[in-house]
Design a protein around this ligand. Structure first.
Ligand code: SF4
Length: 263
């Protein structure tokens, strides 16, 4: 059974051979050596996720001295305390819940939610993002958004909200550095029909490939993808010179990816 996460879908869409090597043949996947500043950013993101989770799990019983926190986590925590999402009447908070839904016999969709506010009339998921705020249009197209909303809606029965309309399902990307720029995206019946159909199609394509595990699955024709792929020696593709970078882009994108391990 393949557990299909956002990372796996993105890998599949980048290169089917990469997906095969990484998830079917389980070739080693060396992590890039992170610069010290990047490693520190990842630790800060992890620390914030842990604090936020504990605050919902333990409520008033979560006692620690915020003076022990260093910046920027201390500032994120202050922002969180002043602005944090609070369950409405009739809602309960579930922390780091994992949801799954079968797409085919061999492939199921999976997502782990930072915090879910669960009620009979509303399902709201909150995802902490310690990077810079992103545009709503980009977030809407992101597989994380599409997977989480689809999972919530498909799971409405087991979550105790069988009558729920898709419009009552939402995801909020919550930015501790700028809570006012947090973005809420609502689902809809029409979007779900389209989204679920695309997920099913992807799963069926993958399942057809799984029937032929010994074949070499198609290599990407987008050679730039191969430059930094750890499998380029296997594929006979040339590594490319590292593009010049200030590191800013990586610092903003790595923490969330690393905090949420590939399921
Ligand atoms: S090197 Fe290129 S073709 Fe080979 S797995 Fe990686 S991305 Fe795909």
């Amino acid at each position: 059974m393949i557990q299909l996460s956002q990372t796996k879908i993105t890998t599949w869409q980048q290169c089917e051979r990469k997906f095969q090597l990484r998830y079917i043949a389980r070739q080693g996947w060396p992590e890039p050596p992170f610069a010290l500043d990047l490693a520190a950013v990842m630790e800060q993101g992890e620390a914030f996720h842990m604090l936020a989770a504990q605050s919902y799990l333990m409520g008033d019983g979560f006692a620690f001295d915020p003076a022990d926190l260093e910046e920027p986590v201390a500032g994120w925590w202050r922002n969180f305390i002043d602005n944090r999402p609070i369950p409405k009447k009739g809602q309960t908070a579930r922390v780091e819940a994992t949801l799954t839904a079968n797409l085919t016999d061999k492939i199921k969709l999976v997502g782990r939610l930072d915090v879910l506010f669960l009620g009979k009339n509303k399902l709201e998921v909150f995802d902490w993002k310690t990077g810079k705020p992103r545009r709503e249009s980009d977030l809407k197209a992101d597989w994380q958004t599409r997977i989480y909303l689809a999972l919530l809606y498909q799971s409405r029965q087991i979550l105790g909200a069988p009558e729920l309309a898709a419009e009552d399902v939402s995801i909020t990307y919550w930015y501790p550095r700028e809570p006012k720029k947090s973005v809420t995206i609502r689902y809809s019946e029409a979007w779900h029909a389209e989204n679920w159909a695309e997920l099913l199609k992807l799963a069926q394509q993958m399942e057809a490939k799984l029937e032929r595990p010994d074949e070499v699955w198609p290599l990407t024709t987008h050679l730039a993808t191969c430059g930094r792929c750890p499998f380029n020696a296997i594929c006979g593709r040339k590594p490319e010179a590292e593009p010049e970078s200030t590191g800013e882009e990586a610092i903003d994108s790595v923490p969330e990816l690393s905090i949420h391990p590939d399921l």
